[in-house]
Design a protein around this ligand. Structure first.
Ligand code: GLN
Length: 288
């Protein structure tokens, strides 16, 4: 039963297609490249090469798990974000492309002030915090997560990209471990899915940690807490920026305005959906 790269990819794609998965060919290629420890491009260069049986068995095992709904990123243990190959596992949310908008925005802000000290609340894999540290010189961060297992992944990624000397990691609930610190910027992609919507999420998303997704009854619980406490932890003029879910923009903007944030605004993703809300802290004492 000799099979070439081309044949193996074709039959795996067909199996995924039969179960109505999306991006089936891409997923099959990523998984085969993972097993063969090569780039996706190399699969095309070597399309006619006969694969060792052991490789075929390992690949088929991954396709079986993919058919059970396990995301490709958990199967390979990696996900690319901001051009960096982050390590991920089932203890962290898989970084999404739209979160690069928030990351770039906060990175630009810090760069414009020559670097600075920022907090990442609910850091998960550390994708936001580690990317900013990697791309902004003279930046330092405190990253917080309530899950120690998630923090282990974030720390691993900080080491992987050589920014661990500029990051401190805290296990705790939002601002709780940061008492007394003052930041130039605070960034967060908190859980924002309304609890009742969790059940109807795609099978793949269901395999991600509930803790990273569940935003309470209306999905806004974490914004209420973050926006209300942030002024105490931001210097005058400091930036708070958060990612939001679909249809949450006006409610979250209101929360910023109620807390007297200045220059409140939003950023759209490529689909034209408001994805990021931000505002600047104004020192209440100076502004009265
Ligand atoms: N963007 C994720 C999703 O739609 C949710 C991430 C979050 O809750 N912060 O599945």
């Amino acid at each position: 039963m000799k099979k070439s790269v081309f044949e193996v990819l074709k039959s795996a794609t067909e199996r995924l297609d039969a179960k109505n998965f999306d991006s089936t060919r891409l997923d099959a290629e990523i998984l085969l490249a993972h097993v063969l420890n090569c780039r996706r491009l190399d699969l095309y260069v070597d399309a006619d090469k006969i694969l060792p049986l052991e490789m075929i068995l390992r690949f088929n095992e991954l396709i079986n798990r993919r058919l059970e709904g396990i995301p490709v990123s958990y199967l390979t243990g990696t996900r690319e974000f901001m051009g960096l190959k982050f390590s991920v596992n089932e203890n962290v949310l898989i970084p999404r492309p739209e979160t690069e908008i928030l990351t770039e925005f906060v990175g630009e802000f810090l760069r414009s002030i020559g670097g600075g000290f920022f907090a990442d609340l609910g850091t998960g894999s550390g994708a936001i915090c580690v990317s900013i540290l990697k791309f902004v010189k003279n930046s330092r961060a405190c990253a917080v997560d309530v899950s120690q297992n998630a923090l282990d992944v974030a720390k691993f990624n900080a080491q992987k990209f050589h920014v661990d000397d500029r990051a401190e990691f805290f296990c705790g609930d939002l601002f709780e471990p940061l008492e007394g610190k003052i930041f130039d910027a605070i960034v967060s992609n908190p859980p924002y899915i309304p609890t009742s919507d969790l059940k109807s999420l795609q099978t793949e998303v269901q395999t991600e940690p509930k803790l990273a997704l569940d935003g309470g009854d209306d999905g806004l619980n974490f914004y209420r807490r973050i926006i209300s406490d942030a002024p105490k932890f931001l210097r005058d003029g400091g930036l708070l920026a958060v990612e939001i879910g679909i249809n949450q923009a006006s409610a979250v903007k209101n929360l910023f305005e109620q807390k007297n944030f200045a220059d409140v605004g939003s950023l759209n993703d490529l689909a034209g959906i408001e994805r990021v809300i931000f505002g600047r802290n104004v020192d209440k004492v100076l502004s009265v």
